[in-house]
Design a protein around this ligand. Sequence first.
Ligand code: SF4
Length: 352
Amino acid sequence: MSVRILTRAELALQGVRADAPVRRPDGAGPSDDGHVLVDGANAALPTNPDSPYFVRDGRVWLGDEDTGLTLRTVRRPRFYELATADGTPYEHIARLHGADVLATTVVQTCIRYAEADRCRFCTIEESLRSGDTVAAKTPAQLAEVAEAAVRLDGVKQMVMTTGTTAGPDRGARNLVRSVRAVLDAVPGLPIQVQCEPPGDLAWIRRLHEAGATAIGIHVEALDDDVRRRWMPGKSGVALTEYEAAWDEAVAVFGRNRVSTYLLVGLGEDPDELIDGAGRLIDRGVYPFVVPYRPMRGTLAARDGVTAPDAEVLRHVTEGVAARLRAAGMTGADQGAGCAACGACSVLRAAGG
Ligand code: SF4
């Protein structure tokens, strides 16, 4: 088991020598990848011509050694060929993640994007500058694209994230409107919303009442020194605010319908990170463990910060997966969202 998880961790960090027709070059959060299926499960891997891993006959090879992992790329979805009546390509409104997840950043700007405040792993406004997306997606646009993606490409769930806005809802207001519009067009589609802890916790209930299945409230690190170093703006939101928001979200959405990202490679002690994840699990919150990767356009990559060691990623992933199993929590049971998709983490391969 451990060797396989280590290989999967190395793939997540070093990527694979392969072309992927469905890519996510930049955007919110820590990802920069091609979308593939590894052993049939969603995986977002760097497509890296210098990776020692390559694909032959649908399997992943390291030199002349067959790793035993299968890999197939996700095909370009049909909805990418469409555009709205005003000429906006659907692909600029929402993207396919993995084989069956529709993902969108409802508001592609963030009040924390000035260099002094910006999370050092984030590129949320870069795809805006490169012209690959639009700054604010309207509820009607999202509904139109979601309907087409479900009908034409068999999308099974949707993830809606947002840059942080200036009001006390921190972006939740737009998410409420967007969830309602999408569910009017596609009743029953599982949707995960992602936002910072809203200043007014009533927004969490409003998101649930709008019909969201799950919510991600992403802290990324649990150590305050690490938070200040990596997230100078966002660390102004105290951990106690996150805890209050997670607890309210678990009360409203239910146990294991709430998640948070935890990034490996920001300098947090690996065993403290595993213990912190254990405390989240005790609260009913799924800790989605993801490696930091030096993604083009981030401040960290500019400053030469490198990805963590694969062995550290394996250690944290297996430690957290064991605690998830002991608690009877799986990512799939989130119903929607990153933990249900699993592509950006190795947790699912480790049984979480
Ligand atoms: S885990 Fe989340 S960010 Fe990563 S591919 Fe899946 S939906 Fe997208």
